[in-house]
Design a protein around this ligand. Structure first.
Ligand code: FER
Length: 351
């Protein structure tokens, strides 16, 4: 399979250059998961945007051509045009292969004054004799620590287990936090500034409470080269905020369909004051540039629309080295999540 994936990578580069790949072939065989269901309930009827996906700019075409020269150099990973869909064979379990275990933990959060939960996906054969890289994977709005991992369509254990078994990604521990860091256990998320604040407070809980808990209770590597952050939608927005604010802590930053509100703006749900101004969307800590800063989105995302594209444009304007791509045909859904996870994880390699 390793060969298939390598071939797929190269093929993807070529297809990307030809522009406009087809819709994801992976069928949603299992029940729709909580996050997407919740989103559908909460968001109601969505516009369907008929936009061509996967169009590559001439700039990317050049980068893609260059990137075939040295696919292993992290210098080129931000520029390499990705295989926009997660290869199908990675999304199915191979009989007899171990896909790790999920355990639920609670930790004392001094940030909120509450006991809070997280799920941990341990790789196959997790052992104290080894030290593992960590990936913090942040859920969407109205979600919790179960949303991403419980949604079977996301294929998270499958993708990670298959990539690790094939030697295409490192074995890692994935932490799924509850990103709603409120001191009031009765507070609930909603589309207004007040109700969104606990999401913006998650950076404090993560840095001061959850990371220390993980690093003292699991056998993990603790430098920025071995700490990655990835998020979907609301989790993507917070990932960008956290990653840009603390590049000293996270060497790898990935946002799948990041939600509005990182910068000031307005959409059909609410007005966003912005967590930061557009000109501040850049890494000022030149000692700690991200190895990967990825932003992707389904070409037909009916929830966050063009906000991810706007983050890409802001980064371009600010001269921030990053990887941007669209997942052809994907909505605000597992197709985008699988693609983003796959592309992020194959780039999450320690030096
Ligand atoms: C918004 C649009 C989308 C927003 C959040 C979202 C807080 C999040 C969507 C998701 O997480 O799926 O205006 O504002």
């Amino acid at each position: 399979m390793r060969q298939h994936i390598k071939t797929a990578l190269v093929l993807g580069l070529c297809l990307g250059m030809l522009a406009g790949c087809g819709r994801a072939q992976v069928e949603d065989a299992e029940m729709k998961g909580q996050d997407v269901q919740d989103s559908e309930e909460k968001f109601g009827e969505q516009d369907t945007q008929e936009e061509p996906g996967g169009q590559k700019t001439p700039e990317n075409e050049t980068a893609a051509a260059d990137s075939t020269e040295d696919m292993n150099s992290t210098d080129t990973w931000n520029k390499a045009v990705p295989v926009t869909e997660c290869p199908e064979e990675l999304c199915v379990k191979v009989e007899g292969r171990d896909y790790g275990t999920v355990e639920h933990i609670t930790y004392q959060s001094d940030t909120t004054g509450l006991e809070r939960g997280a799920n941990i996906l341990l790789p196959a054969g997790y052992s104290d004799e080894q030290q593992y890289p960590v990936l913090y994977f942040l859920h969407g709005i109205f979600g919790d620590e179960y949303s991403l991992i419980k949604d079977g369509n996301n294929k998270i254990p499958e993708i990670l287990g298959n990539l690790a078994s094939e030697g295409l990604a490192k074995e890692m521990i994935v932490v799924f936090p509850n990103m709603y860091a409120s001191s009031d256990p009765n507070q609930k998320p909603d589309f207004n500034s007040e109700a969104v604040l606990p999401y913006d407070n998650f950076i404090n809980d993560l840095v001061n409470d959850l990371i220390p808990y993980i690093e003292s209770n699991y056998s993990v590597l603790t430098d920025r080269e071995n700490r990655a952050i990835l998020g979907f939608s609301m989790g993507g927005r917070e990932t960008l905020f956290i990653g840009i604010s603390r590049p000293d802590l996270f060497g790898y930053i990935g946002a799948i369909a990041p939600a509005p509100g990182l910068t000031p703006g307005q959409d059909k749900f609410m007005t966003h004051v912005g967590q930061m101004q557009e000109e501040d969307v850049k890494i000022t800590d030149t000692e700690n540039m991200p190895n990967i800063l990825m932003v992707c989105c389904g070409s037909r995302d009916s929830v966050v629309g063009k906000f991810p594209l706007s983050y890409h444009e802001i980064m371009e304007k600010n001269g921030v080295d990053h990887l941007w791509y669209e997942v052809p045909g994907a909505d605000h859904d597992s197709n985008a999540i699988r693609s983003g996870l796959y592309n992020f994880v194959i780039r999450y390699v320690s030096q």
